[in-house]
Design a protein around this ligand. Structure first.
Ligand code: SF4
Length: 905
């Protein structure tokens, strides 16, 4: 492709390389980069749909300031930056540096992160700068530091392909890191075994040789038991343990205390002892084991212990630092690791140095020549917002994140922002739940516009390169921070002219700590994070930088695998076993809140949907917030599939559609994290999540909140399609889906309209008496349906019923792409079904090719297909990103089971 730019996907921590090209007609084409070591040309459906998310609808294009009357008005950059700088200066002068704070994001580029940290810690003198990465992987950071002496992922993605056994712990990899899961799937095809440890039966489990549905929060029992088992079975690598580790005996004693045998473990974890033993034997038998873990491990009040209990097993067996083995933290965000490199967490300094180490503080301050350095660790995310609510923090600058949706006890976060004297938000989108609380809105550059680097989960630094023009007055985050720093009188430290200038300073700092001879007595143990080979990049070299894994040697080559010589980053070079104590989650279910809420992602959405919510392709798979329940719990709670339910916890409540997906243990419910006030009436699950955090990492317990589910009574359910936004404030419940050439609303309300026809015309804005208006009403059943046709096309429709089982939306949605409806379609409109018995494609399974569930089931039935490859050959479904292959596998099994059942009747 001419004009093609090699860049990096802005979503998950896999960090796939993307080739992007902006067309002259405003479209953007994307493809996987075949030369990028993270994905070798593959993209999942989110990455493949990136071109659909770069339009300017809803973008924040100019600085905006909230006036004394509460309204927000456009402002010049000078006005906005002066307001920020004046507010921060006045607050520091009057209340000290710890009265200001920054809350940043794993979506920022490393260069943005670096200058924000430098400003906070080195110039304002506060470490009150934390990041939304605290919410997803800070337990992994803390576990790495305890075990290895540094926040380091030892292995690389290639290890997954070279492993004999892959253990996925608390990770729905098939949905959350799909391209990596495809690499695991290929390893499995080549003979590797796959064990999945997850309370839910997720899409990932479809491919597992063994699924252990352990009780939520009991991972430490399971891995402590594995440590004891490996030790008892003589699987210990005594030479490695003696030469390269410390503290085994304490770890073994702690493990044996509560997980001495598989039966004890099985009782604690709520699974069969035979399955526990099967897992232990698989682990013991295979030398090349990768244990990949994610949010199911990290987001817990014992997350750090969970991480260390996994690492302990790899240390005992000496399975680390060699191909095909090791503990592997997979991050949720595109640049969580880059942020950690530059000290993006409140307890860290740049270049993997520690705030609590005086020598480290001196090194960083000396390198920066800064007037001061924060003297103690700052407040971690949850505590940071608590401090705002209590008035200790009076000014906050939020960059690229949406804490009113994503923090636990999120309504408290809302109140915290309202208590702040100055809330500054840098964002690419104007209307978000968080921006509604801002005093100053600063327009930032988005993906495709900004320029810098990110680091993925295997330590691979890749460039994000611009290929789109700067929209409106948006600016790069690093440039905005530097402008404020200059206004605060810190021009000397922020004279950067380009992202390359910042990156080189960051790289030099990592080398300065490790290599610079110092006669001043300053000392820091060498770190693996060493970018010395990139410390003198010229501008052309930075522009051409190829993906490289740190540490980066002087000749510019990277390092795929660490600890190959058994030397770790603790001062004595030895890794540490950590004594981990099994303990249950902080809040147990009780009579009032008898169920356990688990939260997570769905396959085709990302975070708070500000970007993915724009793509019609991504909306087709799961388009509504839901609460997934076991049928027994649904029955006990008095709710039914398809109805609405209110989910309550001690901290808040939300409304969602009841689902019985079949993969959830009794006593548990699952709610996705994505929906918020921009897409639904009342669906922020963060409002329910308990604010308990891990005592070491400060990571919240998103996976375990006691809740109650109860009916959300309404008089009618409905849906509507239109080509324009419709008002929603009158409804008890609504959600919004952006489709191809339409907007779809799911609606429900407590009061039925007295005159449905009049109400529907008014709501849909059809005021012309002669308009193409078709309607049907059955007053006995309470069913009402109406459609509005304009110029032979469908313009809007609304369907209401006292029951939730309304017609499928898929055929109606497809009509919005037609230039003209034929007579048969018109005649079928009010039935909501295709004419002449045609097939409704059903909900989208393969988003890449838009293939629906009904189409796939029919092909399986008609053609006797029995493998995903067969479905791909017949329908293309599953033939691109592969994210839907686990669902294809399930559909094949379900369809054949249904056919067998018919035969036996
Ligand atoms: S797996 Fe998907 S979301 Fe993650 S980086 Fe790759 S393309 Fe992006």
């Amino acid at each position: 492709m001419s004009g093609t730019v090699a860049t990096t996907c802005p979503y998950c921590g896999v960090g796939c390389g993307v080739l992007a090209r902006a067309g002259s007609d405003g479209t953007v084409g994307v493809a996987g980069d075949p030369s990028h070591g993270a994905n070798f040309g593959r993209l999942c459906v989110k990455g493949a749909a990136l071109g659909e998310t770069v339009d300017l609808q809803g973008r924040l294009l100019h600085p905006r300031i909230r006036g004394a009357d509460g309204t927000v008005h456009r402002a010049s950059w000078d006005e906005a930056l002066d307001r920020v700088a004046d507010g921060f200066r006045r607050t520091v002068d009057e209340h000290g540096p710890d009265a200001v704070a920054f809350y940043v994001s794993g979506q920022l580029l490393t260069e943005d992160y670096y200058v924000a940290n430098k400003l906070a810690k080195g110039y304002l003198g506060t470490a009150n700068i934390d990041t939304n990465s605290r919410l997803c992987m800070s337990s992994a950071v803390a576990g790495h530091k305890r075990a290895f002496g540094e926040d380091v992922v030892p292995g690389c993605y290639e290890d997954l392909e070279r492993a004999e056994l892959v253990v996925l712990v608390g990770s729905n990899t098939a949905w959350c890191h799909p391209v990596l899961f495809q690499r695991i799937a290929r390893a499995k095809e080549a003979g590797a075994k796959l064990v999945v440890i997850d309370p839910r039966f997720t899409a990932t489990c479809e491919s597992a040789d063994l699924h252990l549905p352990i009780r939520p929060g009991t991972d430490v029992w399971l891995f402590n038991g594995l440590l004891v088992h490996l030790f008892q079975q003589g699987v210990m690598d005594a030479g490695f343990v003696d030469a390269h580790t410390e503290d085994l005996n304490a770890a073994l004693a702690a493990a044996a205390a509560d997980a001495g045998d598989p039966a004890q473990v099985a009782r604690a974890c709520g699974v069969q002892a035979a399955d526990v033993l099967a897992f232990y034997r698989l682990f013991a038998r295979h030398e090349r084991v990768v244990s990949l873990f994610s949010q199911g491990v990290n987001q817990s009040s014992s997350g750090t212990d969970k991480v260390n209990s996994i690492i302990n097993c790899h240390l005992l067996a000496g399975r680390i630092g060699r191909p095909g083995m090791g503990p592997f933290s997979i991050t949720g965000q595109p640049n969580a690791m880059g942020g950690r490199e530059v000290g993006g967490l409140a307890n860290m300094l740049a270049a993997h140095m520690e705030l609590h180490e005086p020598a480290h503080r001196e090194i960083v301050q000396a390198f920066w020549s800064s007037p001061r350095i924060a003297s103690q660790p700052g407040l971690k995310a949850v505590a940071l917002f608590d401090a705002m609510l209590e008035g200790r923090i009076k000014a906050v600058w939020i960059m690229g994140t949406n804490p009113v949706v994503s923090l636990p006890d999120a309504d408290r976060a809302k109140r915290a922002l309202d208590a702040c004297e100055l809330v500054v938000c840098s964002d690419i989108i104007e209307r978000t739940d968080t921006n509604a609380h801002a005093h100053v809105l600063l327009p930032a550059l988005g993906w495709g516009e900004k320029d810098g680097t990110v680091t993925n989960s295997e330590r691979r630094i890749s460039r994000q390169r611009p290929f789109l023009p700067t929209p409106g007055e948006a600016r790069a985050d690093w440039r905005i921070v530097c402008e404020v720093a200059r206004r605060l009188g810190f021009a000397g430290g922020f004279g950067f002219e380009s992202p390359r200038d910042i990156f080189v300073e960051h790289a030099r700092l990592t080398a300065f700590r490790n290599h610079e001879p110092r006669g001043d007595g300053l000392a820091a143990a060498p770190r693996q994070l060493d970018l010395g080979g990139l410390a003198s990049l010229s501008q052309p070299a930075y522009e051409a930088l190829q993906p490289v894994q740190w540490p980066v040697h002087e000749d510019g080559t990277g390092t795929p695998r660490l600890f190959t010589a058994g030397r770790f980053a603790h001062a004595d070079g030895r890794a540490r076993f950590v004594a981990t104590t099994a303990r249950l989650p902080a809040h147990a279910p009780d009579r009032e809140y008898p169920l356990v809420l688990n939260t997570g992602r769905v396959r085709d959405q990302w975070h708070t949907m500000t970007r993915t919510g724009k793509s019609h392709r991504l909306a087709g798979h799961i388009s509504e917030p839901y609460v997934d329940m076991h049928p027994h719990d649904a029955l006990r709670s008095g709710v039914r599939e398809g109805e609405l339910a209110r989910v309550h916890s001690k901290w808040g409540a939300m409304v969602a559609r009841v689902r019985q997906g079949g993969g959830i243990l009794a006593g548990n419910v699952f709610v996705p994290i994505h929906w918020n006030d921009q897409f639904a009436s009342d669906a922020r699950v963060g409002g329910l999540v308990n604010p308990v955090v891990d005592p070491v990492s400060g990571e919240p317990e998103f996976k375990h909140t006691p809740v109650r589910v109860e009916p959300f009574p309404v008089r009618w359910y409905g849906f509507a399609f239109g080509r324009r936004f419709l008002p929603t404030s009158e409804f008890s419940y609504w959600t919004l889906v952006r489709g191809e050439r339409f907007l779809r609303y799911e609606i429900a309300h407590r009061e039925r309209p007295k005159d449905c026809s009049r109400w529907a015309r008014t709501w849909l804005g059809v005021h012309d008496a002669d308009a193409g208006w078709l309607e049907y009403e059955d007053r006995n059943t309470g069913v009402y349906r109406a459609t509005h046709l304009r110029d032979e096309r469908i313009d809007a429709c609304v369907f209401l019923s006292p029951r939730p089982d309304l017609p499928s939306r898929h055929w109606l949605a497809s009509l919005f792409a037609r230039q003209a409806l034929d007579d048969a379609d018109r005649a079928a409109l009010l039935a909501g079904e295709p004419p002449g018995g045609g097939t409704d494609a059903g909900p989208v399974v393969c988003s890449c090719f838009g293939v629906g569930r009904n189409t796939i089931s029919e092909a399986i039935r008609a053609k006797g297909l029995d493998t995903p490859a067969g479905v791909t050959a017949a329908l293309r479904a599953g033939g691109n990103c592969g994210s839907c292959i686990p669902e294809l596998r399930r559909l094949i099994a379900e369809t054949h089971a249904a056919a067998d059942a018919e035969l036996t009747q």
